[in-house]
Design a protein around this ligand. Structure first.
Ligand code: SF4
Ligand code: SF4
Length: 105
């Protein structure tokens, strides 16, 4: 679930507002988007992936939420892990989940 918009990193580009398939965010004039409908979040990570500033954090598990207050390194961590962003290497080749699809056929 989307947990945080780091306003110190956000440039108010609103890419996350447009990327979200369930309309979780509200754009704010000249400011960081607001998490307006957190309960509608599907934990799809699209907003975090598309945020060019690594300003978002989507928690995969509820336990991670509690860490937010002490571990700001979590912000943008999924995006970094998959290798999206400037000067990063895609980690897609390390993802073996495609093998599950192959075996299911
Ligand atoms: S994780 Fe997906 S559903 Fe949740 S806020 Fe981000 S884009 Fe929207
Ligand atoms: S995509 Fe990132 S930088 Fe752009 S508005 Fe959303 S949180 Fe801010």
């Amino acid at each position: 679930m989307i947990e945080i918009v780091d306003t110190s990193l956000c440039t108010a580009c609103n890419i996350c507002v447009r990327a979200c398939p369930t309309n979780v965010f509200d754009a704010v004039p000249d400011g960081a988007p607001r998490i307006a409908r957190q309960q509608d979040c599907q934990t799809c990570f699209m907003c975090e992936l598309y945020c060019p500033e690594d300003a978002l954090f989507v928690a995969s598990e509820p336990a991670a939420c509690a860490e937010l207050t002490v571990n700001r390194a979590l912000v943008g961590s999924y995006r970094r892990a998959v290798g999206w962003g400037r000067n990063r290497q895609s980690t897609a080749a390390d993802d073996a989940s495609y093998e599950l699809l192959t075996r299911a056929r």
